[in-house]
Design a protein around this ligand. Structure first.
Ligand code: MLT
Length: 394
């Protein structure tokens, strides 16, 4: 099979599809274009051309603006954009009542998926851009209350949108015993680092696919969060902290023994490797550096630092391992834990909080910008029927 072009203006062969590509989860197959970010196997992700490391300490809202407008805002535009998001941020009180009625043993990501649907039912406009910006703005209150209500930390706290997207979320979480300044510093960087990762990661792809059928932004993002929920995608950050706790030692010899035993028993070393990256993820490097500032003596953080070297070294011994290096999830959980968020079940919700902005920006592009504004048609790829000889009844 070869991907012969179908239109004369479209004749450049980008990729030769062979049978070996079938049933591989579309791995590496080009299916479209993306305007918000690019992933280089060796350099990591860039947002609209800026390496993520250059943006890590920017205002989260400036980076949201970048993904939606494809340029950074000037000072006045940033002030106006923050005010605009603040003005959009009110969440219908019914959403919090509905959250309070959810089963506590539902995973926080299930709460996030449900919460996004509740936001849609109570505030949808039907306009791709409006709904996307409203959703980004409202996600701070939704996410904070998933923590607060599900964990039983007390009644909802009145929002303060003027604080900023991340700060308003931290304020409304009201983490018991939490260090607000440290959480703000960490989550601002966390928010920027997790915002977007090219067009083809599972949650983004799913979100855009749902939007291609013209379901609204809220439904599309709820489906996207279902993709992010899996332990091979966003929930890896939860698994990583649990794994780091299991390693439980800063002694390189013991860490190496645990790593080898895990691999020998067929287990996975969470937080290492990536579908696209072939070098250490710059998002991991930034978080290791941040940890040295925020929680240098935290024992789990020290364990994660030892794992950075030891797990990579052990994984490198296997020539079949394409990427033995830490990824974005390797250390994020230890930083969250050291900042007062010790329940790893919630970590993927924070990943989702940030990724909502990137997926929503890509949905707006696919629906209203690409193909000279006509938008991408409904997704409909081809599956080749197998083991289905023709049959007749009777
Ligand atoms: C990531 O942020 O690393 C992802 O969303 C996973 C991917 O790119 O496939």
């Amino acid at each position: 099979m070869s991907n012969t072009a179908t239109s004369s203006s479209d004749t450049k062969v980008l990729f030769e599809i062979t049978e070996a590509h079938l049933d591989t989860g579309l791995r590496g197959l080009p299916v479209g274009t993306v305007l918000t970010s690019a992933v280089s196997p060796t350099e990591g992700v860039s947002y609209v051309g800026y390496p993520v490391a250059d943006l890590a300490y920017h205002d989260p809202e400036a980076v949201v603006f970048l993904l939606f407008h494809k340029r950074l805002p000037d000072d006045k535009e940033l002030v106006d954009f923050k005010a605009d998001l603040a003005a959009r941020s009110a969440v219908d009180p019914k959403v919090l009542d509905l959250l309070a009625s959810l089963p506590r043993d539902g995973h926080p990501m299930e709460w996030l998926m449900a919460g996004l649907i509740f936001l849609g039912m109570t505030g949808r406009t039907g306009d791709w851009l409006e709904d996307s910006l409203n959703l980004v703005a409202r996600s701070a209150t939704l996410v904070a209350n998933i923590f607060r209500i599900r964990a039983g930390w007390g009644a909802p706290i009145a929002p303060r949108p003027e604080l900023g997207l991340v700060e308003n979320c931290v304020h409304q979480m009201g983490v018991p015993g939490g260090d607000v300044a440290r959480l703000n510093e960490l989550l601002r960087v966390f928010y920027v680092l997790h915002m977007d990762h090219g067009g083809g990661n599972l949650s983004t792809f799913v979100g855009k696919a749902i939007a291609s059928g013209h379901a609204d932004v809220y439904t599309s993002l709820s489906g996207a969060m279902g993709g992010l929920y899996g332990p091979l995608h966003g929930r890896a950050n939860q698994e990583c902290l649990d794994f780091t706790r299991e390693v439980g030692s800063t002694d390189p010899v013991q860490v190496e023994r645990f790593t080898r035993e895990t691999l020998a028993s067929g287990g996975k070393i969470y937080g290492f490797g990536h579908a696209v990256l072939r070098a250490e993820d710059p998002r991991a490097r930034i978080q290791y550096e941040l940890g040295e500032r925020l929680c240098p003596t935290d024992p789990l953080f020290r364990t994660a630092v030892v794992m950075r070297e030891v797990c990579s070294r052990v994984l490198k011994e296997n020539p079949k391992v394409a990427n033995p290096y830490p990824n974005v999830d390797a250390v994020s959980g230890t930083l969250l834990n050291a900042s007062g968020l010790s329940d790893s079940d919630y970590y993927t919700v924070l990943f989702g909080f940030s990724r909502i902005a990137g997926i929503a920006a890509q949905i707006v592009d696919e629906r209203t910008v690409l193909r000279e504004g006509k938008g991408v048609p409904i997704y409909r790829c081809k599956y080749i029927a197998k083991d289905q000889p023709a049959r007749r009844i009777g």
